[in-house]
Design a protein. Sequence first.
Length: 319
Amino acid sequence: MDTLIVALKAELPDARKRRRRYAVMSTVTLAAIAGAYYLGGPADVACTDRGGELRSIWSPEIASERFSGDDPSVQYLRSALDDWADAWAAERVEACAATHVRAEQTLETLEARTRCLDRAKFRFSQIIDIASETEGVGDAIEALHELPAPSRCAEAAVRTDTAAPEHREAIEHAERLVDRARTLRAVGRPEDAEPLLLAAVAVAERSGNTRLRAQAQVELGRIMSARSQLVSAKWWLHNGYIDAERTDDRTTSFEASLAYAALLTHLYQTEAAELLLAQAEARVEEDGQRLLERVELEFVRARLAEAKGDADGIARHAE
């Protein structure tokens, strides 16, 4: 733990400088792309049709069939699902138009954004399916709140897919396992989520995909923490955090830092928790995460303040 604290203290000043650096890098990168790629003129592509790809998953007819009734929680869920679906459709059209209408991004970037949106669409479909099976409206709302905004896929577009061709299909399948596991955990079925995550870790190990392994390990840590299996939770979260810091996936890094900080707070390891929380706060500032992530951050911060007060009381009592 001392080694972790030293590493975190070294990392934190850099994290606070990243927002300025990312802005400069973004400007330079955009200029480089403009000069290095010939994107051609607007293609004859009906980008406006791309937003309709979600209709087979969510539509007024499906909403009425699966979530009927006048209960306020049901109405809230339907409204939240509508909002997310509208945001996804708008982002899908925008991703297409950026390449085929405005000629502002490469085909490779469009493909990366599309993969991200497809993965988000799968998670969205899992929430609808599992909520329909269990009639757990409250759990579905919780799972939907955890679903990243579709606009985050613009950030995912800059990542480089380094997976070897022979591993890509297995990695895509494992990503779906992680996404389904997240939904199962959110709706109160962690026992069904665990084997999916272990399978995803195995794929990540075979393929050398650090980001996938980080995502699966962080989710396993959350499950173990919820079960009060704290030794296992700490092991998974520590390794997930280390892997997340080795990737360019700032969303996973934020989730890993926050989940690990929450666990260490529970264990009264407040110094390391404080540093992890500071890292998570820096990422919120850098990326402009949505309100829910700020609320989660403040919740862990409040728990940490309580734990530090408890720890001081325990120390005074020991004296």
